[in-house]
Write a protein that binds this ligand. Structure first.
Ligand code: NAP
Length: 299
């Protein structure tokens, strides 16, 4: 078994992004500026937003975090999004999910200008992605594609099973693997006899959010296993009071897999790279006055 080391790959790609930012500066061009909206004080959301701010600092991007109280109304939040849409100094905007129940995530996501939608959630970007056209790809599937490419994992003609069909991971992941010439099966909670699919898969991408769901007997010998899941599981022996668990039972699946991502240190850092690459692209789009630069992943 070999590790698909997201931390290491992210380090390399970050260094490349930093170089590109320096070149933009030398050319007198604008430095990418990412804005993040954070509503409330959810621990995991705060951790994610702070990590993204740290990434921005490291690669030389400008960043702004707009923090709002849980009591902000939907109307007020939509106005804030519009303000950023019209702010020519900001190139990319993300709204950290989940939002409080009284605010529609759909409305907020769809209010972000698709040209600043570096999370790739806007229906415009989703449609362009499904057509294989230039767009902002959703950060997690984008990061996973970059990870597979970095390790030269063959995808053409391979059977790929994605477990999970969410809008932000499962569905786009399936679409991108199809573009990478895999034969794709997307499974979900209503799938009957899931094992019969996973056991035939050359590549299994687990994105369901159930800790240690994928066991060794569910995969074939030599499969490539990508673990997207991150769940905080209570653990009184840990200083933080919890440990992070993936969707894959790593100790046993790693004995059988040819390649596998760890949790943490696999998909997580690559998701953040996806976001950084999109933000960089947002500036380049402006620089070359092209509404959508070529982001087709098909080689
Ligand atoms: P989600 O919206 O809750 O979707 C979960 C999907 O899993 C659904 O499509 C669901 O099916 C399916 N599912 C649930 N139970 C199943 C079962 N027993 N068998 C087969 N399919 C099942 O979750 P998500 O947002 O996609 O996230 C999934 C996991 O990835 C979470 O742990 C999340 O924290 C993590 N995540 C990690 C990153 C990262 O950067 N590493 C990024 C995003 C998400 P139905 O559609 O039928 O309900």
């Amino acid at each position: 078994m070999q590790l698909l080391n997201g931390n290491e790959v992210a380090k390399t790609l970050k260094a490349n992004i930093k170089l590109e930012v320096e070149q933009l500066k030398i050319a007198g061009k604008k430095v990418p500026h990412l804005a993040a909206i954070l509503v409330g004080v959810d621990g995991a959301s705060m951790t994610y937003v702070n990590a993204k701010e740290k990434d921005c600092r490291e690669v030389g991007f400008d960043s702004t975090i707009l923090r709002f109280d849980m009591s902000i109304t939907e109307e007020e939040l939509l106005k804030e999004v519009e303000k950023i849409n019209n702010d020519t100094n900001i190139d990319g905007l993300i709204v950290q999910l989940p939002l409080p129940k009284h605010i529609s995530e759909k409305k907020v996501t769809e209010t972000i200008s698709y040209k600043k939608d570096v999370d790739g959630f806007h229906p415009m970007n989703v449609g362009l992605m499904f057509k294989g056209l230039p767009c902002f790809l959703p950060a997690t599937p984008f990061g996973i594609i970059k990870l597979l490419e970095h390790y030269n994992i063959e995808t053409s003609g391979k059977n790929c099973v994605v477990i999970g069909r969410s809008d932000i991971v499962g569905k786009p992941m399936g679409a991108l693997m199809l573009q990478k010439n895999c034969t794709v099966t997307v499974c979900h909670s209503k799938t009957k006899d899931l094992n019969s699919f996973t056991q035939k898969a050359d590549i299994v991408i687990a994105a369901l959010g159930i800790p240690e769901f994928l066991k060794a007997d569910m995969i074939k010998e030599g499969a490539v296993v990508i673990d997207v899941g991150i769940t905080r599981v209570d653990d009184t022996t840990s200083v933080k009071g919890y440990v992070l668990k993936g969707d894959v039972k790593f100790d046993e699946v790693s004995q059988k897999a040819s390649w596998i991502t760890p949790v943490p240190g696999g998909v997580g850092p690559m998701t953040r790279i996806g976001l950084m690459l999109n933000t960089l692209e947002a500036v380049k789009m402006k620089t070359i006055l092209n509404p959508m630069v070529d982001r087709s992943i098909v080689k």
